[in-house]
Design a protein. Structure first.
Length: 444
């Protein structure tokens, strides 16, 4: 099977050659039908008639008649005739041109005439250079012109086919490397800077490769973090088991409690990891339904506040206008629940958490924000807190029972709904997490 290069080359080359052959054949055929004789013979006979008229003009009207006769000849034809009078001057003052022809040894017929007063005139007739074989009419000239067209078109077709097939070849080689696991492969700046479809394709290809590389790195990091998180409770379980074995039957109650605690932590971690994978996976189907956000948040606040100790402020919020968006209610519920529980975990117990819901500018989006009054997060780490297993303060988060997955689960759920999530430092301390979701088209 021919490669793309040869298919392009042969298609363009044969098309050009076929077109040239057809035009050449038609031109030669039509020209021969119009010509009664060869153009060279027709031109020679015309030159002879002009020279005869010039001789008659000299004999009848002398110098003036000859000058008028030459001026009446078309300019291109006149350039073939030069007449030098008895004063050795060219009749039409073209002495320099005639001298150049003589110096170049141009083939000319020379004839001498006399006027009525027997004064001599010399007529120089420049012989017409016969056309080269490639320009001459007839089968031979047509064949040579076709050969020249074939060679030129082959050169043009080669470079054109090469310019089209080479970028595809580079993309093919790059895709093979990525398929082999070399995710750092890129097609290069020369390709991405092209201002055509190949340049756009190369840009999209590099963006795809970068995305795959980031996803692979994230997966590797996820596996490393999961293995790290599982290693600690398993190690503590082993220690507790060994201690229980070394004690009597009535003295293992504390170790059994420790084992039960570590098992619960393992279950929580596994559930969090599965939740993160579920929320971030595009293959898991997402329910698409109308969600009334005010009702969803009201129910969620009631559920979470029920677990807040008596006398603590918990979550405070004032229901506003109802807003509807399209999406999966369960995903959004888990996302907001993770945000609220995370905020309650780190806020000042005496101040609680503030939840708000409002419409954005342009009336096309709705904004939800969760604010706590805790120690906050350093500015340099505000973007990192949405990464899996990331902890701002390792000891504090471990002590609170978190694994650094709650915010990641929330961020993935929000992005699956076409929204955005962002964290910032609140005035007066604490952290604000803002979520923006698109409203229903009818409501917007």
């Amino acid at each position: 099977m021919l490669s793309l290069f040869w298919r392009l080359f042969l298609t363009m080359w044969l098309s050009i050659v076929g077109f040239s052959a057809t035009i050449g054949w038609l031109n030669d055929k039509l020209a021969r039908e119009q010509w009664a004789e060869e153009p060279a013979n027709t031109f020679a006979r015309g030159m002879f008639r002009i020279s005869q008229r010039a001789m008659l003009a000299i004999q009848m009207d002398d110098r003036k008649g000859l000058r008028d006769e030459l001026l009446g000849i078309p300019r291109m034809t006149r350039s073939h005739f030069y007449v030098v009078d008895y004063n050795n001057e060219e009749i039409l003052e073209r002495d320099e041109t005639l001298q150049q022809l003589i110096d170049r040894r141009t083939v000319m017929d020379i004839q001498t005439y006399q006027d009525s007063q027997q004064r001599p005139y010399t007529l120089y007739t420049v012989n017409r250079t016969p056309p080269s074989t490639i320009l001459a009419p007839g089968p031979q000239g047509t064949a040579l012109r076709l050969l020249a067209a074939a060679l030129i078109s082959a050169l043009i077709s080669y470079f054109l086919a090469r310019s089209l097939s080479r970028p595809l070849e580079e993309l093919r080689l790059a895709s093979r490397k990525i398929a082999a696991g070399e995710l750092g492969t890129r097609v290069g700046q020369a390709m991405t800077e092209r201002h055509d479809e190949f340049g756009q394709l190369a840009t999209d290809f590099d963006a795809m490769a970068s995305r795959l590389q980031v996803m692979q790195q994230a997966n590797q990091r996820l596996l490393q973090d999961v293995s790290h998180e599982l290693r600690s409770p398993l190690a503590r379980l082993n220690v507790a088991v060994e201690i229980a074995r070394n004690k009597g039957a009535g003295q293992v109650e504390s170790e059994l409690n420790r084992i039960e605690l570590e098992i619960e932590r393992l279950k929580t971690l596994v559930n969090d990891v599965l939740g993160l994978l579920r929320e971030s996976s595009e293959t898991v189907p997402k329910v698409d339904e109308d969600i009334e956000l005010r009702a969803l948040l009201s129910d969620l606040v009631e559920v979470v506040n029920y677990e807040v100790p008596q006398g603590k402020p918990g979550i405070s919020w004032t229901p506003g206008d109802p807003f509807k968006c399209r999406g999966d209610r369960e995903l959004l519920w888990r996302a907001m629940e993770n945000l609220l529980r995370n905020a309650l975990r780190h806020t000042d117990p005496k101040k609680g958490v503030v939840l708000s819901l409002e419409q954005g500018r342009g009336r096309r989006r709705v904004h939800m924000s969760v604010r706590d009054f805790g120690p906050g997060v350093p500015d340099g780490e505000l973007e990192k807190i949405f990464e899996p297993f990331y902890r701002v303060q390792e000891s504090r988060d471990r002590g609170s029972g978190g694994h650094g997955l709650g915010l990641s689960i929330a961020a993935n759920a929000v992005r699956r709904h076409g929204g955005s999530i962002k964290a910032s430092t609140a005035d007066g301390g604490g952290l604000i997490v803002r979520i923006s979701l698109p409203l229903n088209a009818a409501q917007a």
